[in-house]
Design a protein around this ligand. Structure first.
Ligand code: FES
Length: 627
């Protein structure tokens, strides 16, 4: 017989209440998702994070599982918190959702550097012209509105998208000054009419560059004549509720059409919110957006199109499709001009998708005689190595730890996040916005680990050296403790740097960062190994990705996230995937080139390579340095 599960969803005095009827034995997380209640499950329900924690408000609190104890720690367990993915409903209970630590709000970003300086001629393929159409006047005129329009524009009637016809009669008759006809001529497609508007709107011509990352989604609104960025917005990928990394998300969707649909509608819904926000911020009407270019890894690409990614998650990890696709916005559906062209760049193989192609394009990796590495740091990072001779790429599944997830006091790079740490006898921190510390983000974690390695608080295997604490300066010694079975370094005590509660780094946090940096470092090592080139021959290493821009290069080298190249040979290149999308938005020639670049990239499958395991184990450890 079903039992009652009440979920309180807002942590204030008047919480929202959802009552669900649940089969006994169902986990709270599963029941919540089935009932349409968003509970974030960063690790996909494997008991490896804390995002799904709930607090018992009524009913018997079950004894903690081992995962509750490991992830939540003694204090939270005592206060009645449990991991909802590990806790089955057996009787009527009421639970309160824990608020996520990170901010969920949209962030409207300032205009980035854009594509200026990349030596590109703007030709987005979108042309708008004011046309006077002579309408049929006599009954014996054997013609139609469509034929008259097509003749005036100089195209065949079949090239006019059918949905344009809906408003055509009115548009043709409403304004004596004529109609504005928008056409698209693609890298491979002929000229077609994609919009007809009454009056003169020729000056209004906009496009979107969209980077769908596993954790973050960035949408940039661009004026298609000048290339000027008008607004850019970034927010969390809402699919993360169903799993922080690709494998958990694939597992959620695997052979389950309902869950696949959830993932699809989440991302489409977010993109439409982005459209509304960038339009509001810039005063542009959505119907004036005629082209969008989307990049993302294979899984994100498939989910956006509603394609089942099940087989991408199973050996031999084959994508369902790889070619560059062009759709009408109404097919996605994206709420811009209904016939606007939505262009998806081609995929490479396995998880290496259109984002890697965009990075290669934006960094001009395939054009230069110099041997260069591009590292796109993200939940599903990518590493590229190449020159105009040869281009290799692999996916580096770092997981979400460097974006603050699965870390006890981790958070995204938002206001209040510790983003810089110095250790000189004691701990000094800087927070984003210089506001009281709430948690620690990826760049702060990397600084912290680099400092703790130099201070010998952590050894090269990653162990927090509790046994050796007496050899540390007093201020650091007092921060190194054993709590039950857990080794802990206290970054901030309550009150320090305005922190309301304690902010700690646990042994497990160190391991999570080791796994993440090991994935990236072993990806770099593997590409060098396959290309048979020593590190010294690498002319430049470029750090890409939203996160890559904020981390300290010396700290990244200290912890072995990137190899020890001389500092002048390492540079930030910003969000290169988004930049590649912008290039293809503004230039059909570049979009054509992207296909050539995708075809040239040799995919290196890490899992299948016999030497990978050893490389990964080596990459997990920290460089010995002075520790
Ligand atoms: S611990 Fe439950 S989803 Fe991660």
């Amino acid at each position: 017989m079903a039992v009652s599960l009440v979920i309180l969803t807002t942590p204030d005095d008047s919480p929202m209440r959802r009552e669900l009827s649940v089969a006994p034995g169902t986990s709270i997380l599963k029941a919540a998702h089935a009932g349409g209640v968003d509970v974030t499950a960063t690790c996909g329900g494997r008991g490896r994070c804390t995002s799904c924690r709930v607090k018992f408000v009524a009913g018997t609190i079950p004894p903690p599982t081992i995962m509750d104890e490991i992830q939540l720690g003694d204090d939270l367990v005592r206060e009645g918190y449990r991991l909802s993915c590990q806790c089955a409903v057996t009787e009527a209970i009421t639970v309160q959702l824990a608020p996520p630590l990170e901010e969920q709000a949209f962030q409207i970003l300032g205009a980035g550097p854009g594509v200026a300086g990349l030596g590109m001629r703007i030709d987005a393929g979108i042309v708008k012209e004011l046309v006077k159409v002579s309408l049929p006047r006599e009954e014996h005129h054997q013609t139609s509105d469509l034929e008259q329009l097509a003749a005036a524009v100089g195209v065949a009637p079949e090239t006019v998208a059918p949905s344009v016809l809906v408003g055509l009669p009115q548009a043709l008759r409403d304004d004596p000054s004529g109609v504005t006809v928008t056409t698209f001529s693609g890298a491979r497609a002929g000229r077609s009419v994609i919009a007809v508007e009454r009056g003169d709107t020729t000056a209004m011509k906009f496009g979107l560059a969209i980077d769908v990352g596993t954790t973050s989604v960035v949408t940039t609104l661009i004026e298609l004549e000048s290339g000027e960025q008008l607004a850019s917005i970034s927010s969390l990928n809402p699919q993360a509720v169903f799993g922080g990394d690709l494998m958990s998300r694939i597992a959620f969707a695997q052979f389950n059409p309902t869950n696949l649909r959830k993932l699809h509608t989440r991302i489409v819904g977010l993109l439409n919110q982005h459209v509304a926000e960038v339009c509001r911020a810039s005063g542009v009407l959505p119907q004036w957006i005629y082209k969008a270019v989307v990049v993302g890894n294979t899984c994100m690409h498939h989910l956006l199109l509603g394609i089942d990614p099940s087989h991408v998650g199973l050996a031999p990890y084959a994508p369902v499709m790889r070619h560059a696709a062009v759709l009408a916005a109404r097919e996605v559906p994206l709420k811009i001009a209904p016939e606007a062209r939505v262009c998806l760049l081609p995929l490479v193989a396995g998880f290496v998708g259109a984002d890697a192609v965009a990075v290669a394009l934006a960094t001009r990796l395939a054009d230069s005689p110099a041997l260069r590495i591009a590292v796109d740091i993200g939940t599903n990072g990518e590493v590229l190595l190449g020159s105009r001779e040869r281009l290799l790429a692999c996916s580096a599944p770092a997981g979400p730890a460097l974006e603050g997830a699965q870390i006890r006091h981790g958070m995204r790079g938002a206001q209040g996040a510790i983003d810089r740490v110095t250790i000189d006898g004691d701990v000094r921190v800087h927070t984003i916005g210089e506001t009281p510390a709430l948690g620690i983000c990826g760049s702060g974690l990397i600084d912290l680990l680099a400092g703790l390695l130099d201070a010998r608080v952590i050894d090269w295997t990653g162990l927090i050296r509790v046994e050796a604490r007496d050899s540390l300066p007093p201020a650091l010694r007092d921060r190194v403790t054993m709590r039950g079975e857990e080794r802990v370094f206290t970054v901030l005590r309550p009150g320090e740097a305005g922190a309301r509660g304690e902010i700690v780094l646990t042994q497990d946090d160190v391991r999570q960062v080791q796994l993440a940096k090991g994935a990236i470092a072993s990806g770099i090592a593997m590409l060098l190994h396959v290309a048979a080139v020593p590190l010294e021959r690498v002319d430049e290493l470029m750090l890409a990705g939203v996160f890559g821009n904020y981390l300290s290069i010396p700290s990244a080298i200290r912890i072995g996230l990137i190899p020890a190249l001389p500092l002048p040979r390492v540079r930030y290149v910003g969000n290169a995937a988004s930049l590649g999308a912008q290039l293809c938005l503004l230039s059909e020639a570049e979009r054509g080139r992207a296909e050539g670049v995708a075809a040239r990239i040799e995919h290196v499958s890490l899992a299948a390579h016999p030497d990978f395991e050893q490389l990964f184990v080596d990459a997990m450890n920290f460089p010995r340095g002075s520790a």
